[in-house]
Design a protein around this ligand. Sequence first.
Ligand code: NOJ
Length: 980
Amino acid sequence: MRVSALSPSNSAGGLTILLLLLDFITPAATVKHENFKTCSQSGFCRRNRAFADHALTPESNWVSPYEIKENTVLLQNGILSAEILKTVPGQTEKVVLPLNINFQKNGAVRVTIDELKRTKGDIVLRGESKARKERYNEAERWALIPDWDVRDDKVVYDNQKGQITLTFGPELKYKAIVTVYPFNIKFERDGETHVVLNDRGLMNVEHWRAQPAEPEEGKEKSPEDLDGGWDETFGGNTDTKPRGPEAVSMDISFPGYDHVFGIPSHATSLSLKTTRGGEGAYEEPYRLYNADVFEYIVDSPMTLYGSIPFMQAHRKGSSVGVLWLNAAETWVDVVKEKKTKTDTKTHWVSESGQLDVWVFLGPTPQTLYKAYGELTGFTKMPPSFAIAYHQCRWNYVSEDDVKDVDRKFDKHDIPYDVIWLDIEYTDGKRYFTFDPLTFKEPEKMMKNIDKAERKVVLIIDPHIKNTENYPVVEELKSKDLAVKDKSGDIYEGWCWPGSSHWIDAFNPAAIEWWKSLFKFDRFKGTAKNTYIWNDMNEPSVFNGPETTMPKDNLHFGNWEHRDLHNLNGMTFMNATHQALEARDVGKGKTQRSFVLTRAFFAGAQRLGAMWTGDNEAKWEHLQASLPMLLSQGIAGFPFSGADVGGFFGNPSKELLTRWYQSGIWYPFFRAHAHIDAKRREPYLTGEPYTSIIRDAIRLRYALLPAWYTAFHRASKDGMPIIRPNFVAHPDDEEGFAIDDQAYIGDTGLLVKPVVGEGVDKVDIHLADDEIYYDYWTHKIYQGKGKKEYSAPLEKIPLLMRGGHIIPRRDRPRRSSGLMKHDPFTLVLVLNKRGHAMGWLYHDDGESFDYKQGAYIHRQFMYNGSRKTLSSRDLHKDRAAAETYKKAASALQIEKIVIVGASNSLDTSALAEGRSKAKAILVEDDNGKVKEWHASLGYTAAVDKDHGDVLVIKNAKLKIGNDWTIYLEQVGAEDKPKDEL
Ligand code: NOJ
C-alpha cells in the first residue's frame, strides 16, 4: 500500500509517528485495552462509583444532601423552577443549584439542574485556560430539533407537606411527585411509579471549589480535594482540567422493570446486562465516549464510536424511557434487584455539563419512540438508492479498478447501487482532491457509474492535512475555523495525512465554509451522483489521549472539548449533510443528501446513516451485529449497518455468504474490507457461494418497496425499521431478551439469520399463536415458542406472519434506479381468520417534492369474510395526492400473491382442477365496477403443514388509485354473473 502520510516532508514525528500509524494500518489481534480507560482509571467515574458504594452501604446511614428551598418553588408556563440546596459537610454556606422541570405537551418531562456560581461565571479557572466557565448548556442546540419546546400549560400543582405533585400530560394521565428533602422525583402513570430520579440518593453535582493546597505532612487531605479532580494523566497525556472536578451524576430507577435497552453503541446484548459484577454480569459500567476503538471486542460494555444516552425500560404492559442529555464522557451502571418483581436501577455519571434528564412515560414502545422523536427528530427519509446495496473496500485504487468492479457486477447479474472510495482516492490525503495519477478523470468515472443510475460515495474526514500549497488548510487557518488547543492556538495532531488540523463544525462560519467546499465547481470531479462518507469524526487523533482530542482543547464559544466530545462527530456530519443538500443539481434544484457517519449522538438520525465501525471477519462479530443494530433502532437512529464480511481479516466463504444473508436485513447494507484484506466482491467467491449471495442481494432488491415504507414510518413516528421481538410483541415476556431475530417494519417478515459456522438449523421464537409461513416453501409454523427451522447454506431463515401484506418488486435489475418504472407485487399472507393488511409508501426517491405532497401512501386491506382486497389512500393532502398520482400513473400492481388462500377462499375446486380462471370484479375510485379476466395460478398445499398459494397475474391495478377487487368467484364453481 501507499503510505503517503509518511512522505519525507511529514516525517518530523519520526519513529513514534510511524509506529502510531502502523498501529492503525496493521491489523492487531484485538482491541488495545490499555489505550482506553476503565472506570477506575477515569477520575470522575472512580469518584462517583465510590460515592455510590458509600451511599449504598447500610452503615453509612446515607441521606442525600440535596433539598429544595421551598420558598423558591414557582410553576409558570409549564415550567416548575426552584433552587436546590446542597449541604457540604463542614461548610455553612450551601451550594445553590437552579432546578427546572419542563413539562411538554406530549407528556415528556425535562429536569435540568445547574450550578448558580458557574452560571454567573463566578469561578476561577486553573492555569492559563481561556475556557468558558459555565456548565455546558448547548447540547440541546444539536441534539434536539429547533422547535422542540411545546409546553404543557395545563399542569396541575399541589404542594402538601414537603411533596409537590404535578399532574400533567395528555388527559392529565401522568404525575411527577417531587420530594423536597431529600430531593427526588417519582414519575407515575396509571397510579404506579415507573421512573424515580435520585431514588437511591446517588445524585452528585460536583460544585466548584478552588484546588485545596497540598496538606502539610502528617495532615489529612481536605475533603474538597477530590480524587482525580485536578490534572489527570493517562497514556502519557495530561488533562489540565481548568475548572477542576465538575461531574454530575444521578441514579434512575425503574421499579418493576426487568429489562432495559438502548444507550448504544456497545457490542453487547440488546437487553442490557448488569455491571456490578456477579454471574454473567460486567464489572465495568457502560461507557459513552466516542472513540476509535478499532477491532473492538464483542460482549463488552466498552465504549465504541458513537453514543446515544437514551434508555428504554420495558415490561408487559409498559414501556418508559429516559434521555440523559449530556455530551461529555458518561458511564452508566445497571443493577437489578429481584424481590417479588425485579427493579432495574441505573446510575449515570458525566464528567461535566448540566444535569439534564428527560423522562418519557410511554406507555407503549410506539408512544415512547414517538415522544423521543418529537424531541430529537425522526430518521431522515433517505434517497432511495441509499437503502439498496453498497459496495466498498479500502480501496478501489483507480478509475480502471472502479470500472472493472462495476462491469463484473453486471457480468454476474448482481445488483448494486453504490461504489465507495476510501481515503486512497485523494491526492496524498488532501480531502477535496483526487489522486492525479489514479483518478485522472473523476467526472468521467461518475458519468460512467451513472449510466446504470449508480452512485459514488467519497470519504471526507474532519482532519485537514497540515501542508503547503493546500488551499483547504490555508482557508481553515486564515478563516480561523479550526479547533484550538488549551492556549487558544490552532490544535495540531496526527491522523491519516500525518500532521493535521480539525475543522470545528460547532462554529456556524465553519459550516458555511464547509458547504462552499462541496459545490460542484469547487470540488472538481464530483457530480450529482457523488455522496459522502464521514469517518474518523469521534474525532480520531492517532497521538491523542485515548486516540482522540485532548479534553482541554477549545471549540467555538470557548467550550472545552470535554463538554461536547460526544457531539463532535454529529456536528461534522451535520456540516456535510448541509453541504450536500445545498448543492445545485440543476435548474436551482437540490436533492436529498446521503452521509454515512461513524461517530454520532442523539439527533444524528436526522442527518443520515451510521455503521458500527471496524468489526472483524469472525463469526462472533457477525453475531454481534444484529443486537447492535436493533439497539440503534430503539435509540431512534435506525439507519444503521455493520461492515458485511467483517472489516479486518478474511472471511471464509461460508462466513461471507452467511454475512450477506444477514446483511440484507441491515437498514444500511454495505460490504467493506480493510486495505490488507483479500478482495472479496461477491462474484469472486465462486459457486455455489456467488449464486447464493446473488439471491440474497436480489431478495433485498425485491423487498425495497417494503424497506422504503418502513423508512417512511420511522421518519414519521420513530418506529424502528428492524424490530426486536419485544417491540413487535410487547406482551410476550419470554421474548423480551431475544435479539437474534428481527421483524422488518410492518411487513410481518421475521428473519433469524444464521450466524454460526456449520450451522444448518435455527430455532425461531414465535411470540403468538398466529400462523407463520416459511417464505420459501410456505410450510406452516404455528404455536407460541421455539420452532426448529432447517437452514442449509442456501437458505435464509425467513417467515411471514399471517395477517400482513408485503409489497415487492420482482424484476431483477442492475440497480434500484433501474427499477423505478417496474410494477409491484403484493404478497398477501392471510392470517387464521383469513385477513391481511399492509402498507406502501412511494415517492421519486431523490428530490424533496415529497414534502410538498408528491408521494403515494396506500393501505391495503384484505377482508377474508367479504373476500375483498382494497387499496385506501393515506395521503393527507388530497390535491397534492392527485397531482402525484398523475405523475406516477404508469406504476401498477401487476401481481397479487395470496399465501394461505384457503383461509378465506374455497379453493377445493381449484385444487381439484375443476375451476378455470374466473372473472374478478374491480371497483375503481369512481365507484365504477368492471370485470377483469384474471389469469390465475394456484398451487395447492403439499400437505396440511403447508399453505396454499393463489397468484393473480396481469392485475394492472394503478398504484395511486383507490380500488377494491372482489375475489368471491375465484375458485368457485361457475355461477351466473349477476350473483356476484
Ligand atoms: C477507519 C474506518 O472505520 C474504516 O472503515 C476505513 O476503511 C478506514 N478508516 C480508512 O479510511
